[in-house]
Design a protein around this ligand. Structure first.
Ligand SMILES: Nc1ncnc2c1ncn2[C@@H]1O[C@H](COP(=O)(O)OP(=O)(O)OP(=O)(O)O)[C@@H](O)[C@H]1O
Length: 300
């Protein structure tokens, strides 16, 4: 599986919802499309799923450009609707047949997917009696009925209570082994917990993207945690003015220095500490949290 999108844009009347978005997804990973409300996540996913025609740009799925790729991908919309009077199994058999599988094949796939998403015991129960988490898990099974190599899930956990969220996140964690997942979320901790890669969107544009390990590495050297035996406001002011340092804020254990230049910042902090004879207890390059990275990237 390889999905490459290049300079994808979508304009609705006057609103440019998605602007020149480019990224590539490789097989076997879970990617989070992360961004606040209105960032353009749903619009991007709807274009990728073939539900919306891009204003410009290309979608290349395994070398196919400009083709209908719906049979190769699975999609769970942000607000899925089910026939509440159907049982979970009836629903999956129905969507299997809609996806052009034979009835026999649909029944076989439905049973194995119900097992996979943990709904076997409730498969004959009406969907209207399912919990929110069960409905989302059924929605994920629906997206996988035709064995796509990529599934796209639009805000799969946002509307769920903590139990439902946990069920769906655990399922996604397990599914990562079987299929490539692209899911949208505005919840940073969900992206951090289960994704391998991140595409950060804001106001229609991609501001940052990469594997989480690469992003942590890139932003890790931009923060130094310090703790001193005694702390004074004067220390904060002195450190803030040093070369290579952008901002210093108090932290739970001491001070956090956000830096522009790691080498310069390290030298100037250590030189100042010796000069002032401060008692340094801790000096460490720290990983930025995803939230700090997000704020940094969107410039706030
Ligand atoms: N059909 C439409 N007609 C007009 N404007 C639209 C349409 N769909 C989306 N938009 C606008 O495009 C922008 C991006 O919306 P989109 O739903 O893609 O964002 P999102 O990141 O998915 O946010 P949310 O989490 O709130 O769904 C918003 O300003 C939205 O109002």
């Amino acid at each position: 599986m390889r999905l490459k999108i290049d300079q994808l844009s979508k304009t609705f009347n006057q609103t440019q919802a998605v602007k020149d978005v480019s990224f590539t997804l490789e097989a076997g990973n879970c990617f989070a499309l992360l961004g606040p409300n209105g960032a353009g996540k749903t619009t991007t996913l709807r274009m990728l799923s073939g539900l919306l025609k891009p204003t410009s740009g290309t979608i290349d799925f395994e070398g196919f450009t400009g083709h209908d790729i719906r049979e190769k991908i699975g999609y769970l919309p942000q607000y899925p609707s089910f026939y509440g009077w159907m049982s979970g199994k009836e629903f999956l058999v129905y969507v299997g047949q809609l996806a052009a599988l034979s009835k026999q094949e649909s029944i076989k796939r439905a049973d194995s997917l119900l097992e996979l998403v943990g709904i076997t015991k409730a498969k004959h129960r009406r969907i209207s009696k399912y919990s929110g988490g069960m409905k989302q898990r059924l929605g994920i099974a629906q997206a996988m009925i035709h064995q796509p190599s990529l599934i796209m899930l639009d805000e799969p956990v946002s509307s769920l209570d903590p139990i439902g969220r946990r069920e769906v996140l655990n399922l996604m964690e397990a599914l990562k082994e079987k299929t490539t997942i692209l899911f949208s979320t505005h919840i940073l901790s969900d992206a951090e917990e289960i994704s391998d890669g991140l595409i950060l969107m804001h106001e229609g544009r991609v501001l940052e993207q990469g594997l989480l390990t690469e992003l942590h590495e890139k932003y890790q050297s931009q923060k130094i945690e310090l703790s001193f035996k005694a702390f004074s406001e004067n220390q904060l002011a002195v450190l803030s003015a040093l070369p290579g340092i952008r901002e210093v804020t108090p932290s739970r254990t001491g001070l956090t220095c956000f830096i522009n230049d790691p080498i310069l910042a390290r030298q100037s902090i250590l030189a100042k500490t010796i000069e002032e004879n401060w008692q340094l207890n801790q000096f460490s390059l720290a990983k930025m949290t995803l939230e700090e990275m997000f704020m940094e990237v969107i410039g706030q």
